[in-house]
Design a protein. Structure first.
Length: 109
């Protein structure tokens, strides 16, 4: 699992990390702000963020004394492109199936 797409999907397999990404899509936040709604320690959230950071999904900046976490949305574009390719292929297969079924229906008449 060394390619980025595999790391991204692996990182997003966890529901807490998906929630963190969803919250960061709204705007940057500190680790403390991200940890606040959870019944876990800041360290536990930091571990989740480290996985997201290793996958390239988030980066940590520095603003004065804080280190806001930022979502790297272009990484989501990589996932979207991969998913979209297979979605188009599936739609093409369904369209061909629809055509075959319609032809069968017409031949029955």
């Amino acid at each position: 699992m060394t390619d980025q797409l595999s790391r991204v999907f692996s990182a997003l397999a966890d529901p807490t990390r998906r929630d963190l990404v969803a919250r960061l899509a709204v705007g940057d936040a500190t680790v403390g702000e991200l940890a606040a709604p959870y019944d876990v320690s800041v360290q536990a959230v930091s571990k989740h963020l480290r996985v997201l950071e290793d996958a390239g999904l988030v980066t940590k900046g520095r603003v004065a004394q804080t280190r806001p976490v930022h979502l790297e949305a272009e990484v989501l574009d990589l996932m979207t492109a991969w998913i979209e390719r297979y979605r188009r292929q599936a739609e093409e297969r369904y369209a061909r199936l629809d055509a075959v079924l319609e032809e069968m229906k017409e031949n029955e008449s």
